[in-house]
Design a protein around this ligand. Structure first.
Ligand code: CDV
Length: 315
């Protein structure tokens, strides 16, 4: 008998600076309600799903950033109703948020995602490893991308968890551009990779057609799913946030590399698919049989070297 899991991407439209945490949670709860109405059993919410994408803006006062955008507790009084709904519906979920934690007397901040079981328990946590952007103020830029200012590089590595009879891995936004992240998860048996994103329609660094940015997003999703023989759910926060546009195109991709569901709006929208978790079995026994075909003895360079500038010929 094949294993089936009804999975969904719960895309969100913009969350403005004036929007409250309570309003964001109410929207997440409505998406969860729609998921339940469709008999969905696992939902992927976006990256930083409780607030606006605040790294686009420079703040001098870190205390203000901490108070406005970071979560000290998960669940908190404000987010608890989402966990309660999930438990009542029997739906597991992925949720991205800005995490503030005290560890050994030090304040630490991460761009985090959690995996929550249908019983409402947090079973996994991932802290974003690939932080794009910069830490300094860019006076010439139309907007900032200050993830390197506001977050530390994640310290939990790439892990998988068994939940809902599936092996699930989590990534966050920019990770989807790095094949290493996907391979690290499928080397631990990931069958379903989950990822939330916030991707500006404009390129911060140089002019780039928005359609090309979406093209890159889609070909990466299809390639990563196929080359790693895994289901992949990528969920956007998108549309306008205080005048800044981010693209949608949330997708669910099968291990065949086919897009089986894609959002059509830049607003709150649920897309879902009844996923056959065993669909990749043939691929995993043949083309992508790691044990038979991978050659780790020739991959040493992948961990020894950061970039081509380390190549002796380029020095
Ligand atoms: N939130 C992100 O990580 N966004 C990046 C942008 C900066 C390119 C992304 O990879 O989509």
């Amino acid at each position: 008998m094949t294993r089936k899991l009804h999975i969904a991407a719960a895309q969100m439209g913009g969350i403005h600076l004036s929007d409250t945490r309570e309003q964001a949670v109410a929207r997440l709860r409505e998406l969860l309600r729609q998921a339940h109405a469709r008999s969905v059993k696992f939902v992927v919410f976006p990256e930083l799903a409780l607030t606006t994408f605040f790294p686009r803006k420079w703040y001098d006062d870190q205390a203000e950033v901490d108070a406005r955008f970071f979560e000290r507790d998960m669940p908190s009084a404000v987010t608890q109703p989402l966990f309660d709904d999930a438990r009542r519906y029997g739906i597991g979920f992925y949720l991205g948020y800005a995490e503030l934690t005290q560890e050994a007397g030090t304040t630490r901040r991460f761009n985090t995602a959690i995996l929550v079981s249908p019983a409402g328990a947090i079973v996994g946590k991932y802290r974003k490893v690939h932080l794009p952007g910069h830490a300094d103020f860019k006076p010439q830029a139309a907007f900032q991308h200050l993830e390197k200012k506001y977050f530390e590089v994640g310290d939990l590595g790439f892990q998988t968890w068994r939940s809902q009879d599936a092996i699930i891995g989590m990534l966050i936004c920019n990770d989807r551009r790095w094949p290493e992240a996907f391979r690290a998860l499928t080397l631990q048996g990931a069958e379903l990779i989950t990822l939330g994103f916030n991707t500006p329609t404009e390129n911060l660094h140089y002019p780039e057609p928005p359609a090309l940015r979406v093209h890159h997003h889609l070909i990466m999703a299809q390639a990563m799913a196929f080359m790693n023989a895994t289901w992949l759910v990528e969920t956007a926060k998108c549309g306008f946030e205080d005048g800044n546009r981010m693209f949608g195109h949330s997708v669910i991709v099968a291990p065949t590399g086919e897009i089986v569901a894609k959002s059509a709006s830049e607003d709150d929208e649920l897309i879902s698919v009844e996923a056959d978790l065993d669909l990749a079995q043939n691929l995993k026994k043949t083309m992508f049989n790691y044990a038979a075909h991978r050659r780790p003895e020739h991959y040493r360079i992948l961990i020894d070297r950061v970039g081509a500038e380390d190549t002796p010929a380029n020095r």
